[in-house]
Design a protein around this ligand. Structure first.
Ligand code: B12
Ligand code: SF4
Length: 457
């Protein structure tokens, strides 16, 4: 048993480390929206073992003032494909080295410091935070865990931690979050399913869960929801379950039925989205009756070949059917969204623009998600050699490392700025008089009917 697994009866400091990312991540609200739910679960674990637990959240700390978490530029990183020669700044988000040292010095000397690292491209900021922790509290046992070390322990070789921990801390995966450790949380996190039976090529869920799926009785999840509502900290509960549709009848349906029956007054959110072929009338009805306000569909790609390569269901007809069904049940505007992945290996700008037009034509504002090549995924084995990188930080999604002549990185930046979660009636694009090359390309596609799936065969 490792030291962190055996730890009990001491002072524990949970540390949510700073991030190293492009400014685009901040513009897309991908910095402060990431809440330390994994750490808060560990908070319950250590409390259950008689520990006094505190949280130091480097992304939400009074020392950051009102300006938000962005600090200095850490460095410039390669942006776009190898031929572009472009660079983008990698910013430091969260307490900087001095601020972190000062915040740590104010903490009662901890016996254990628990650092959780979620995104692999933040590695440099995580290593720096570990070094500061060791310098300020050399006597504490310093351990780093979470996705980064689980997927890529080598990236933390030689770091200041005493222990680099991979995988789940036994018994902690389904504990409730110790939400009281956070000031003014936007929402809480409930977990019913951990892991996924599928293996999409870009996803690392299989690796994070040793290929297993664990699930928890929906009655237990509902009881946790009720207990948390009684505490009065929030009414909003988010499910970041890897695959919430796992054995749907046994889990999600039962949970939604309990919510419908008991009407506890909670707002449930499922921000990771559903594949269109799983959207059925009974499911949508249950979602509506359970008060789920927003529905998200995961389209991810419009290319049939790419769907096969990514081991995703190909479902353009299913998407149209699901959108109609959701609209029939009153989901529309910002409450009906579709994820579409941008910046994939071998994708072209033409393909991206067709997909955006297809979604606008359905009356939907596209939710563009940036492709991230992750160690531990099948894509990693297939594509990592195509992208020269010194550290995992060179693979931040906003760096568009799979850009090429037919999908230049600056065009992707503009597509994002114009269309991410924006809605324009297709007629407005058709009628726009502009010399913008992207809008011009869209007008050409519209003239040729290139936004219709029939034209993609
Ligand atoms: C939630 C989530 C988001 C949310 C975050 C919002 C929020 N409020 O937190 C949103 C939707 C914003 C998001 C966005 C993105 N995401 Co995301 N996201 C996730 C998800 C589903 C959960 C992350 C999380 O909080 N995990 C909680 C973990 C840390 O806690 P836990 O599981 O309970 O932890 C256990 C163990 O890990 C361990 N443990 C954890 N920490 C520690 C520490 C110590 C010391 C110890 C001992 C143990 C330990 O013990 C715990 C209990 O057993 C993961 C998938 C996943 N399952 O992790 C993807 C994931 C992290 N996301 C991913 C990606 C690619 C993205 C996006 C790029 C998607 C996009 N294209 O837009 C963006 C990028 C965001 C950015 N900052 O730039 C990838 C990251 C791959 C990578 N290279 O790192 C993942 C892994 C998805 C995947 N399956 O591939 N995401
Ligand atoms: S992307 Fe979703 S469906 Fe695919 S393997 Fe990952 S969690 Fe499962």
């Amino acid at each position: 048993m490792s030291r962190v697994e055996a730890f009990e009866d001491g002072r524990v400091l949970l540390l949510n480390p700073p991030m190293a990312d492009t400014i685009d991540a901040e513009r897309m609200d991908l910095i402060t929206c990431v809440e330390p739910f994994g750490l808060l679960r560990l908070g319950s674990h250590f409390r259950g073992r008689g520990c006094q637990v505190r949280l130091l959240d480097c992304l939400r700390h009074p020392a950051l003032g009102n300006e938000g978490p962005r600090r200095h530029v850490r460095r410039r990183a390669p942006c776009g494909g190898p031929d572009e020669g472009r660079q983008k700044e990698i910013h430091h988000f969260g307490l900087d080295r001095q601020q972190l040292a000062a915040a740590l010095a104010q903490e009662p000397a901890p016996d254990l410091i628990v650092v959780s690292a979620v995104f692999t491209w933040h590695v440099e900021a995580v290593r720096e935070a570990l070094a500061v922790c060791k310098a300020v509290h050399p006597g504490a046992h310093l351990v780093v865990g979470g996705n980064l070390p689980t997927l890529c322990p080598d990236a933390l070789e030689g770091c200041a931690a005493d222990e680099v921990y991979r995988g789940d801390l036994p018994g902690a995966a389904f504990l409730p979050t110790a939400l009281d450790l956070m000031e003014a949380p936007r929402s809480d996190h409930l977990r019913m399913i951990k892991g996924c039976p599928h293996r999409c090529s870009y996803c690392v869920t299989g690796c994070l869960n040793d290929g297993q799926v664990q699930a928890r009785p929906p009655e237990e999840v509902f009881a946790e929801l009720q207990q948390k509502l009684a505490l009065g900290q929030t009414r909003v509960f988010t499910f970041f379950d890897d695959y919430v549709m796992y054995k749907q009848r046994q889990y999600l349906d039962v949970l939604l039925d309990l919510v419908i029956q008991e009407q506890p007054g909670a707002i449930l959110q499922f921000p990771l989205g559903f594949s269109a072929h799983m959207i059925t009338e009974p499911l949508v009805r249950r979602m509506r009756e359970a008060g789920v306000e927003t529905m998200i569909l995961a389209l991810e790609t419009i290319s049939e070949q790419r769907s096969r390569d990514m081991q995703r269901p190909h479902h353009l007809d299913e998407l149209r059917r699901a959108v109609d069904l959701l609209k029939d049940h009153g989901y529309r505007g910002r409450d009906l969204r579709v994820f579409y992945l941008v910046g994939l290996p071998h994708q072209t700008l033409d393909e991206v623009l067709r997909a955006i037009l297809f979604l606008l034509d359905l009356g939907i504002s596209p939710s563009l998600t940036t492709y991230a090549l992750a160690p531990g995924s099948q894509d990693w084995e297939q594509h990592r050699r195509a992208v020269p990188h010194q550290t995992l930080g060179d693979l931040a999604p906003g760096l568009w490392r799979f850009a090429h002549a037919a999908m230049p990185s600056d065009a992707l930046d503009r597509v994002y700025a114009y269309f991410h979660e924006q809605y324009f009636p297709i007629e407005r694009i058709r009628a726009s008089s502009t010399d913008d090359a992207i809008i011009g390309a869209m007008q050409r596609l519209l003239r040729e009917g290139g936004h219709r799936p029939e034209a993609w065969k």
